[in-house]
Ligand binder design. Sequence first.
Ligand SMILES: *[C@@H]1O[C@H](CO)[C@@H](O)[C@H](O)[C@H]1NC(C)=O
Ligand SMILES: *[C@@H]1O[C@H](CO)[C@@H](O)[C@H](O)[C@H]1NC(C)=O
Ligand SMILES: *[C@@H]1O[C@H](CO)[C@@H](O)[C@H](O)[C@H]1NC(C)=O
Length: 445
Amino acid sequence: MLYFHFVFAIVLWEFCALKAECRETCICLSQEIDGLRNPIHIEPAKNEGENVYFIGEQIGIIYLYNPKQSLGNKLTAYINVSDRIVLEKNAHDERGLLGFAVHPMFERNRKIYLYSVRTLNERQFAVISEITSGDVGTERQLLFIEQPGDIRNGGQLLFGNTDGYLYIFVGDGGPIHTKDIQAQNTSSLLGKVLRVNVDATEVIDNKLQFYVIPHDNPKHAEWRPEVFSVGFRNSWRCSQDAGKPSGEGKGRIFCGELGGDIADEVNIIEKGGNYGWPVKEGNTCTNVSAKCDTLDNERTPVLSIPHSDKGMQALVGGPLYRGRDVTSLDGKLILGDVFGGSLFTVGEVNGQWKTEPLPFCDKGTCSCTAREHMSSVLLSFGQTHEGEVLLLMTDDVSIHPGSDRGRVLRMHAPAFPNPVTCGASCLQPMTALLVIAGWLCAKWS
Ligand SMILES: *[C@@H]1O[C@H](CO)[C@@H](O)[C@H](O)[C@H]1NC(C)=O
Ligand SMILES: *[C@@H]1O[C@H](CO)[C@@H](O)[C@H](O)[C@H]1NC(C)=O
Ligand SMILES: *[C@@H]1O[C@H](CO)[C@@H](O)[C@H](O)[C@H]1NC(C)=O
């Protein structure tokens, strides 16, 4: 019965798709994966199959997810570093496995890069490491960045889609005193975006280093050579523009930056740029330094969200939409609130970035299979093989036995017109049939 309605609706939708009045700027959600513990990153596993993904949990496991496998085998642990990371269970801890990136030539070299927090001699480090063929025995550590505190550990990794280099987004590590924040100290790797070439090695001071510095990294005498841009507090989730078919926009990196008391921000990451923390938050001077008006190479945020704006608790940066399903999102950056359950977009109109809320559709307008509700906590975003938007969410951020309430949701355009808003067009036979299909679907699904 459900199947019949679904096919019926699809056929009708194909007829109706050209009519603008059938479309609303709202989104529906379907559930793709559940039973996860704090999913923090998902990436298509391109050569493993059409709908196959790598998905990472904060507790240190990266699964290979294959929807075609039989029920119990859909999720198989591909990498398990849970005994190498530090993460306090039964709490909302910001440490653990925080991100990973699949090498662009994975098909040939089977390499995955991990960003995790670990302890060594009772000191705490953000560690960037490389694992080949899913075998933790092959792990090589590229970078150790000592963390001054337990929080704001960064965690995003991504490979530049125009240069092939690994970008590493390091938080300020949460020192207790503001004066100890190293985000403006260019000899420190804390509070920075780093960029390295992992396809070559180099011997430095008699030690083998598993990366080299790209020849066009910013060259400032007093900068650590890995540093690409400076002045970050904690970029929680960055994404890269896949670009228009013409190539326009490709390679732009957007980050959601979690601010302190004043404002969160959205930044476009540029080489050599200074993004202000802790001297500035959003466009406001924090007064920790008199330098506020004279920051070298300062980059102002695309968007600053003052914490005085009620409703926004903590920003999560998402992808710039280049998919096909939700045409109303074309070219817009998708963002969300960690706790609020709200989503919004930022789009560029004549050089100005404007925000708009991204509401959920009335259930009756969603296809029969895309009527899920959000979970209470938004951890991260991802994209499907086709560039559609995925949301990584949970109802329980503390990790303890049975806390497997994390899931992956997928965004869809509405499938049926809304009888309340489609007005006179609802009287047209095709639209009317669609409204009925939506109603039937709500009744029987
Ligand atoms: C991961 O490794 C830990 C420690 O070795 C083990 O207890 C756990 O069962 C493993 N998890 C999976 C999903 O393989
Ligand atoms: C800047 O960072 C370097 C390397 O971590 C450190 O040795 C130095 O003390 C820092 N400078 C300040 C002023 O904190
Ligand atoms: C910084 O100092 C200026 C001038 O005293 C003041 O107006 C402003 O509110 C201060 N900013 C913050 C964030 O405290």
